[in-house]
Design a protein around this ligand. Structure first.
Ligand code: SF4
Length: 362
């Protein structure tokens, strides 16, 4: 089996028993993953985007972000930070955006700097530069990349992604994805689909198309934002059935369907935090294009979730010293509905100093 179904396993966090031990003892440690917004500039205006300038984004769930639009991350500082991350014990970076990361003018220097470390890295893109990106990705050390496609037809893609300019379209992305077959294949290649009102009818078709294109996986997620659970009621059952049918018809040892729709819908719909602390933010954190760290994707660019800036201080100083004050004032009860609840429930259980009846296993 070249690529199994394990890339999105939520139980991956169990592998790092040392960090779980440190969490139990209240000792700080470097995050495993840093998700980095290379910019807040985008050539699409996706209707589900939390950070789009034309929509409500996170406002309806009580998070009015203060995202500065039109910003490219300071690449000189980021390049220094990448080596700081590596020396502190960070394991991986994900390049993504409050915009489209491949638009950053210094992307190649940033990747070169990452190649000088032992950090693993991946990329999430809207596919608008795939003609250049596929050969580039294949020539570098990317562990994976994912194209946010969200449609199986050009009409739906236009409705959902609302691209600016006419240089390329849905078929340009599909044609370039076909070229993947000619590239080296020791990195994981995925497509994603965020289900919303305008594309829910294409989930099965999308899974079939991805299989035909020869990618390694698809990830089906849900739109997030005010009232989505209510709107999703209309198509939830159909989407769940289409994902199940897609799995049955197309999954095999070389192709996986990751269902991030059903669980997330349930978690966000319930919005009950059965844990006392967000421990997950210690393992995975977010660097904004403004060079500030934020707890998670939900909290990006929101003052309540802003850990602090690394513009003028080292990552080490921020993460291991200044963050203590942030953690002591952090109010979990003000968090929005979030899909890391099950990770946090698991971490709360694992860090319990006196877990009940562990000597009975049945
Ligand atoms: S509980 Fe959820 S929303 Fe709150 S900081 Fe943690 S991951 Fe973010």
């Amino acid at each position: 089996m070249k690529y199994g179904k394990k890339a999105y396993m939520p139980l991956k966090i169990l592998h790092d028993t040392e960090k779980i031990g440190k969490m139990r003892e209240g000792v700080l440690f470097a995050p495993t993953t840093i998700r980095i917004d290379l910019n807040t500039v985008c050539n699409h205006d996706c209707e589900f985007c939390l950070y789009q300038s034309s929509g409500d984004g996170l406002k309806g769930v009580g998070l009015n972000t203060e995202m500065p639009t039109g910003v490219q991350i300071d690449s000189q500082r980021l390049i220094e930070l990448i080596s700081e991350f590596a020396s502190c014990g960070v394991k991986s970076l994900v390049f993504l955006g409050g915009g489209e990361p491949t638009i950053h003018p210094d992307l190649e220097s940033i990747i070169e700097a990452t190649n000088r470390t032992a950090l693993d890295y991946g990329l999430i893109t809207n596919g608008s530069r795939l003609d250049r990106m596929i050969p580039y990705i294949a020539s570098q050390g990317f562990k994976w990349f994912r194209v946010s496609l969200d449609a199986a037809t050009e009409d739906t893609w236009n409705k959902v992604h609302r691209p600016s300019g006419t240089r390329y379209g849905f078929n340009f992305i599909i044609d370039n994805l076909r070229n993947l077959r000619n590239q080296r294949s020791d990195f994981l290649r995925g497509l994603s689909f965020i289900v919303g009102e305008n594309n829910h009818h294409e989930v099965y078709q999308f899974i079939r198309m991805a299989k035909e294109l020869g990618v390694d996986n698809v990830r089906i997620g849900m739109e997030y934002g005010p009232g989505f659970e209510r709107r999703a009621n209309k198509f939830e059952q159909q989407v769940v059935a289409d994902i199940a049918r897609g799995k049955t018809d197309f999954e095999d040892d070389t192709f996986a369907v990751f269902d991030k729709f059903e669980n997330r819908l349930v978690q966000v719909g319930i919005n009950k935090k059965n844990y006392t602390q967000c421990r997950f933010q210690n393992l995975s954190t977010n660097l904004g294009a403004d060079l500030s760290f934020y707890t998670c994707c939900f909290g990006k660019y929101h003052p309540r979730h802003r850990i602090g800036s690394v513009r003028d201080i080292s990552f080490q100083e921020l993460w291991f010293v200044q963050r203590l004050a942030f953690l002591s004032r952090f109010e979990l009860e003000k968090c929005p509905p979030c899909w890391y609840d099950s990770n946090n429930e698991l971490l709360e259980y694992l860090t319990d100093p006196n877990p009940l009846h562990v000597n009975f296993v049945d």
